[in-house]
Design a binder for this molecule. Structure first.
Ligand SMILES: [Zn+2]
Length: 377
């Protein structure tokens, strides 16, 4: 049954709730106050654009200012025929007088904070207002350029932090050969990311540069317009097995340097898999290598693979593949050779990692070679 007192009861209940909320707010105020960095953050207008009907008004204020800072705000207008202002510290009330457009701005510490005011249809735009619109746009463009510059600097600092340092060493007297797989009409594996032959040249060149910079070696990059595999195949047949026969055969092709003069030969490739995943599915396939079965010391390849995997990538694995022509030839010659499968060209995750991290990957590869021969002397 309803009584006439019920509304009063409800009102009391609301009042109690309101009082409790107020008490809670007062209790929390010091805690919240500590978290509020408003006074140090950049000030900002609560509205950058307002639409007002004639004879109406609206309030705009500059936020994120302390009580003392609020006193230093001044307000201006590009056209007092369109609007009239009533100012109080960081707040302004804008009265619409006449249909048209005007800019109203707060000036604080010689910086302007613009608000575009449209009254009625906003058709009337005075020459003075147009001038101020230009100044506002110039300021916005300058702000944008400044922000872009800051972002670029921050990114460069972030990059520098991530950069793997190059291992330096005194000369070892050793020669290293870097071979970029495929090429000379053979693109190798192909995906939406491009040709393997392009990537082997890019990464191989980086590794060769880093090795040269280490100061430890004389580094040769095999002629990147040629394909070492097809150059070897021209003169070495599958029946050739002895060192002297192979060596004599290789001498017949002037495009091939004396492979026995190198302490280490690293041939760069990119891998491809059965199930293609060119857009990426969130997981890597990874880096790996192939070596001849007769090669017992796999320190360099293992270090390259595992260190790159530890840097955020993934180890695909190290495998024996004795039928690889260049591996077989080098094994017969007694030359330390490995074929690096840098990443999977048809795995989008791998190629994104490679694209972003190739500098570090190349440094890690160079460091593994340098550390190996530096420790051996
Ligand atoms: Zn390949």
């Amino acid at each position: 049954m309803r009584t006439k007192f019920q509304p009063v009861n409800i009102r009391w209940r609301y009042l109690t709730v309101a009082l409790l909320a107020l008490a809670a707010a007062l209790f929390l105020l010091p805690v919240l106050g500590k978290k509020d960095h408003g006074a140090c953050a950049a000030p900002v207008l609560n509205k950058q654009e307002v639409f007002i009907r004639r004879n109406k008004s609206t309030e705009v204020h500059l936020r994120k200012l302390s009580a003392a800072q609020r006193k230093k705000v001044s307000w201006h207008c590009s056209d007092y025929k369109v609007v009239r202002l009533t100012r109080y510290r960081n707040t302004v009330r804008i009265y619409a007088r006449k249909s048209g457009q005007a800019l109203v701005w707060a000036t604080y510490k010689s910086r302007r904070y613009f608000c575009t005011v449209t009254v009625g249809t906003g058709r009337r735009v005075s020459a003075q207002t147009k001038l101020w619109i230009e100044r506002r746009d110039r300021q916005a463009a300058a702000d944008q350029a400044e922000a872009a510059k800051k972002a670029a600097l921050a990114e460069a600092a972030e990059e520098a932090k991530k950069k793997v340092p190059l291992l330096m060493a005194s000369p070892t007297g050793k020669k290293i050969l870097i071979v970029c797989g495929h090429g000379q009409g053979d693109p190798g594996a192909v995906s939406k990311w491009g040709y393997e032959s392009t990537y082997t040249r890019q990464f191989g060149t980086l590794v060769a540069q880093k090795l040269q910079q280490s100061g430890a070696f004389t580094v040769d990059l095999f002629n990147t317009s040629l394909n070492l595999y097809s150059q070897v195949k021209k003169v070495v047949t599958s029946s050739m097995t002895s060192k002297s026969v192979i060596q004599n055969a290789l001498k017949k092709n002037p495009a091939i340097p004396d492979l026995t003069s190198y302490a280490y030969i690293l041939e760069i490739h990119f891998n491809a898999k059965e199930v293609k995943d060119p857009d990426g599915n969130g997981s890597y396939t990874g880096i790996g290598y192939y070596v001849h079965g007769g090669k017992s010391d796999r320190t360099i390849e293992r270090t390259i693979m595992n260190t790159i995997a530890d840097s955020g990538f993934k180890a695909w694995g190290g495998y024996v593949y004795s039928e690889l022509l260049n591996a077989r030839v080098c094994q017969a010659l007694g030359v330390n050779y490995a074929l690096l499968e840098t990443a999977f060209i048809d795995d989008g995750d791998d190629m994104r990692f490679y694209t972003e991290d190739k500098e570090n990957m190349a440094t890690i590869a160079a460091n593994a070679v340098t550390a190996y021969f530096d420790a051996k002397r």
